[in-house]
Design a protein around this ligand. Sequence first.
Ligand code: NAD
Length: 480
Amino acid sequence: IDIPHRKVTKICCIGAGYVGGPTCAVIALKNTHIIVTIVDVNPTRIAAWNSDSLPIYEPGLDAVVKECRGRNLFFSTDVDKGILEADLIFVSVNTPTKTQGVGAGYAADLGYVEAATRRVAEVATGDKIVVEKSTVPCRTAQSMRVILEANSRPGIHFDILSNPEFLAEGTAISDLMCPDRVLIGSLDTPAGRSAAASLADVYAGWVPRNQIITMNLWSSELSKLAANAMLAQRISSINALSAICEATGADIDEVSYACGLDSRIGPKFLKASVGFGGSCFQKDILNLVYLSESLHLPEVAAYWKQVVEFNEHQKKRFLHRIITCLFNTLTAKKITLLGFAFKADTGDTRESPAITLAKYLRAERAHITIYDPQVTEDQIWLDLSEPGVVDDIESLKKQVTICNNKYEACEGADAVVVCTEWKEFKMQKDPADTRGMDWTRVYEKMKKPAFVFDGRLILDVHRMEEIGFQLESIGRPGKG
Ligand code: NAD
């Protein structure tokens, strides 16, 4: 970092999504001398970023955007102008799992990264630092280098850096403001080290220098996949133990607490649940599985694959428990899902366990009512419809109701299933607490026996039983 390097004055971020938007908004907030332009090929998304109703929900994001937008933060569909003017370009486009062809279901679809990289090569008229922000397989930077060098004007030099993003949705702004670390991977050459120093300066606008870590390009790329794989593995591990708890009388919260007190293990990310979701964990592990197979390491691939397979099993286990408790049939029963987002404090539903559960319940011919404070109705219909099935939306609407009031959603329900740990589903502290849930009111509205299935371990057994509920929680033996 203490080597001669260029000062960045203009940044362009290609991709105005869950990562590009918040990350570059915080960069603009903390570096008022840098002009930051976030570009995207999706005009609807850009229009939303330029409006009062941002395209994503994140606590604290509105305030950051309001402060910087029009000052040194801009959102635009003019990708070429953004590239042309910037000295540093983040590539923060989507890298979903391939759905067809070689590696379908495992490999990352790198088509968006390639398209963005080609655009940079074709448009650039001066030297650029190109930063991989997207999560990509190890050695993608090498492909980017070849594409850039083969398609650019003569004499233009590109430095490629890896700078994976570790923010979690729902806490994106606080994660960005106080990151555990910022990782910058570069080639171990004078040009590579100098580019890394330029990017480090941007983060040094608010991140302590000792938390900005520079390393080898390939280590940096792999660290992102590794971190997500290890986080998801912790969840599958605790979920696997939750099944033993249910069968033996142990309580998973107590087991997590006991394990978490060991300083080698630590308490975070040990909460049992109906399963992990989100756009990253499954995708990144599958990516790691594919990478391992491509490197002829089948045992390594099998090891990581089990983390994803157990996650699917956990959702099925939960469904079986619901069926068993409800007297082995769900036909025409009213099941209310509280929460549809993959976690609290986000409106994102990608890979949400609630989607899988709703699809399973639909197959059991239950009638499903869904309430979520942030997810839009359109998104829920989109998530539940089967692409290509004629009239699916019509039959879906006969079987699924979306409700915008949590109490109305529970009216006449045979069972309520907590799918997302929103604070507003926790038991209210006293009758004046409007942020929590009045579960007595819910009880009065439901069919009896009144079943509640807690897929997020947010409800207290004793208090719920006092009201009269039969509470069935993940990781605790039930009565059913
Ligand atoms: P996203 O789908 O929300 O956003 C990606 C955006 O890129 C889209 O708006 C899309 O229109 C745009 N785009 C695609 N190709 C483009 C092109 N050629 N030119 C201009 N715009 C283009 O995705 P995201 O959730 O922001 O994730 C982006 C990357 O960051 C992924 O690789 C993901 O794995 C990684 N990541 C995501 C998270 C997360 O929590 N969502 C966290 C860390 C890392």
